[in-house]
Design a protein around this ligand. Structure first.
Ligand SMILES: Nc1ncnc2c1ncn2[C@@H]1O[C@H](COP(=O)(O)OP(=O)(O)OP(=O)(O)O)[C@@H](O)[C@H]1O
Ligand SMILES: [Mg+2]
Length: 255
């Protein structure tokens, strides 16, 4: 199973959701890989903590190698590193992803990630891709490389308007490049059930027929502690409300 968490809007919870779902997947015994395509490296940092800086070669080296792919097949395993968590590996991000972007786009390497992930499916039961807040070469590569797309929504009115453009963009990729791509749904993040505006926004999405998932993720300051300690919620505090909500989301996505 290959899944991307995508929203071109920044700060909606992509990295946090990728890492928490991947940590649950791994804790349930599935061999799980996180591919971090965001030069900010938030998922890499979250899962590897102090060791994030040593994680080399990275996703940037993978794409760099893909520029010369026809001459030298790349050894995919060399770009993947273990995390402190059992069954959970990461292909780390690197700041060089930004510098490589233009070259990759002009050389039309958009299918290289898909080919690599299909090869890696022999080793991993679940692959999660974290993406940057943009519709660029990396997010397009990811949308082409996966079977499922999960869209976080942060209960903000600007995000609501952007959702329609986002769904159109995904549809275009489905039509032009990846007919196996399925939008799993919109996951409501940082939900505050007692505030009236978020509840109203979510209700509108449902009324408009958008694929809103049942699971809601609450807003909690515990997430900061989780990032700071580089411990996904399931490891930091498995009984916490938010941990239970990530578990419920993981179950909902598994069907
Ligand atoms: N459930 C939550 N409760 C409280 N804060 C949250 C929650 N989920 C995410 N956040 C906070 O929201 C911010 C953005 O989260 P995150 O980095 O996961 O989003 P992102 O979409 O990956 O951002 P970017 O687009 O910059 O990559 C972070 O400061 C994080 O701590
Ligand atoms: Mg992020």
């Amino acid at each position: 199973m290959r899944r991307v968490v995508f929203n071109q809007k920044g700060g909606v919870g992509k990295s946090t959701i990728v890492c928490n779902l991947a940590a649950i997947s791994a804790s349930e015994g599935l061999r799980t890989l996180v591919v971090d395509l965001d030069a900010q490296g938030n998922s890499t940092q979250y899962l590897m903590g102090a060791r994030a800086g040593e994680a080399s070669p990275s996703a940037a080296n993978f794409f760099e190698a893909s520029l010369a792919y026809s001459f030298k097949p790349v050894d995919l395993a060399s770009f993947i590193h273990p995390t402190p968590f059992e069954n959970l590996d990461v292909m780390p991000a690197h700041a060089d992803l930004d510098a490589l972007h233009g070259k990759l786009e002009s050389r039309y390497k958009i299918y290289k990630l898909r080919d690599a992930l299909i090869e890696l499916e022999a080793t991993y039961d679940a692959i999660y891709i974290d993406t940057p807040p943009a519709l660029n070469f990396y997010t397009r590569s990811a949308l082409i490389a996966v079977e499922r797309c999960l869209i976080p929504f942060d209960c903000d009115d600007f995000s609501r308007r952007a959702l329609y453009t986002l769904l159109d963009n995904v549809k275009e990729i489905q039509q032009d490049h990846n007919d196996a791509l399925e939008v799993e749904g919109i996951v409501i993040n940082q939900f505050q059930p007692r505030a009236s505006l978020p509840a109203k926004l979510v209700e509108e999405l449902v009324t408009e027929g958008l694929p809103v998932l049942e699971s809601r993720l609450s807003s909690s300051v515990k997430i900061r502690e989780s990032h700071q300690h580089a411990m996904p919620m399931i490891h930091l505090d498995p009984r916490h409300k938010l941990s239970q909500e990530y578990l419920a989301l993981h179950r909902e996505l598994a069907g």
